[in-house]
Write a protein that binds this ligand. Structure first.
Ligand code: ADP
Ligand code: ASP
Ligand code: MG
Length: 411
């Protein structure tokens, strides 16, 4: 008998028919002798719909109220799924984040889980119930509802699996595993049977939305056995592994990630004095905005240009902060660009091989794609390009690194 956490994303619970199909799948696992905690997302499109409602009322909706609003989506699904399970003769109990003891900090709309009190969930499991948990939500010490950032149900599932010491955390979604790149952009992308934790972490942090980055971080921290698989077809999906192995020597590039949510801000003509980066980015950090890539140009006449990228959703807010700062610093102007994307090649094999970067740049140049910014780490190279070249760039790189043609790694 195993204890499994099974998470079903928005598309997988997008209609009543699909909720019934999820119930069937869960029931099968119970009949197989397993204890099951199910984590569900809101029905597909629902969270976007709620965000749009808020934006119709305010440019900057109150964060606390935003969380009250957004958490309703998941509450619908837990109730419906429990009803569907009951129709199949399986007792199930729905849990909101608070009922499941999922405590977070108070960073509304992107809160972090700090603690989980599993006592009620464990008691229900012991009674033979399926526990159905609303993903994406928690509560603060003050009792306020929080949400965990878009895609946060993955994190709810992994955190719950860690807290319960579950045997496996299964992320059921609308693709049958983790691919070399988004199969919606590159139809001949290859499904991986396994991916190392490190690579998955990079892929997720660089924009592969198949798993939320925090879910992968959590899995690594608590060594949660994590698997991505299809909610529509049977199969083994992709297992996230923690061991280094021989394969690492052979595979240079394991995948291509991209992020459409990027925006760029440039402060033109700031005085080139010590501490300038801090003076510009300090207030941005104080505004709780995460900065991604940063480039400071070499100065000519004691002035320099300072460029960085942020999430597109935080562009307006960041622009306001930076414009004010730029005036105080006597900068010439602040410019911005919201039609950029970030494209990255990822692979642990890169560590021991030179030449990946030049191959990447050559491939993009050959397609006439201009590189706006570059950043590298031990196992990834990222570039910022114009968004209109995203598909072309991803496909060209996928071909150049022969990701489609590679045989499945023998592990
Ligand atoms: P869910 O609603 O189940 O959480 P998501 O839309 O968040 O599903 O994540 C699944 C999607 O992730 C897929 O439909 C696919 O388009 C996208 N995706 C991006 N990169 C990858 C990748 N490398 N492998 C598989 N899917 C990917
Ligand atoms: N419903 C939330 C979202 O759309 C959380 C999730 O689906 O993981 O972002
Ligand atoms: Mg998701």
């Amino acid at each position: 008998m195993a204890l499994l956490v099974q998470k079903f994303g928005g598309t997988s619970v997008g209609t009543v028919e699909r909720i019934k199909a999820v119930a069937e799948r869960v029931k099968k696992s119970v009949d197989g002798g397993h204890k099951i905690v199910v984590v569900v997302s809101a029905m597909s499109g629902e969270t976007n719909r709620l965000v749009a409602l808020a934006n119709d009322i305010s440019d900057e909706p109150l964060a606390r109220e935003m969380d009250v609003l957004l958490s309703t989506g998941e509450q619908v699904t837990i109730a419906l799924l429990c009803m569907a399970l009951s129709e199949l003769g399986q007792t199930a109990r729905s849990y909101t984040g608070r009922q499941a003891g999922i405590r977070t900090d108070d960073a509304h709309t992107k809160a972090r889980i700090t603690d989980i009190d599993t006592s009620s969930v464990l008691a229900d499991l012991d009674k033979g119930h399926v526990v159905v948990l609303a993903g994406f939500q928690g509560f603060t010490d003050a009792g306020d509802i929080t949400t965990l950032g878009r895609g946060g149900s993955d994190t709810s599932a992994v955190a719950m699996a860690a807290a319960l010491k579950a045997d496996e955390c299964q992320i059921y979604t609308d693709v049958d595993g983790v691919y070399t790149t988004d199969p919606r952009v590159v139809p001949n992308a290859r499904k991986m049977t396994q991916i190392t934790f490190e690579e998955m972490l990079e892929m997720a942090s660089l924009g592969s939305k198949v798993l939320q980055i925090r879910a992968v971080e959590f899995a690594g921290k608590y060594n949660v056995a994590l698997r991505v698989l299809s909610s529509f077809e049977d199969g083994d999906g992709t297992l996230i592994t923690y061991e280094e192995d021989d394969r690492l020597e052979q595979v240079l590039i394991s995948g291509i990630a991209f992020n459409r949510d990027e925006a760029q801000i440039t402060v033109v003509g700031v005085p080139d004095t010590p501490g300038i980066a801090f003076q510009i980015l300090g207030p941005v950090a104080d505004g709780n905005v995460e900065v991604d890539m940063i480039v400071q140009n070499v100065s000519g006449d004691n002035r320099t240009d300072f460029t960085f990228t942020v999430n597109r959703a935080e562009y307006d807010k960041t622009m306001k902060i930076v414009q004010q700062r730029a005036n105080e610093l006597g900068a010439e102007e602040v410019s911005g660009n919201t039609s950029i994307v970030k494209l990255s090649v990822v692979g642990v094999g890169m560590r021991s091989h030179a030449g990946i970067a030049s191959k990447m740049f050559e491939t993009l140049a050959h397609e006439g794609i201009n590189i706006i910014m570059i950043s590298t780490s031990e196992i990834k190279i990222s570039v910022v390009i114009d968004e209109k070249y995203l598909e072309l760039g991803v496909r060209a790189l996928h071909d150049a690194f022969e990701l489609a043609g590679q045989p499945q790694a023998q592990i």
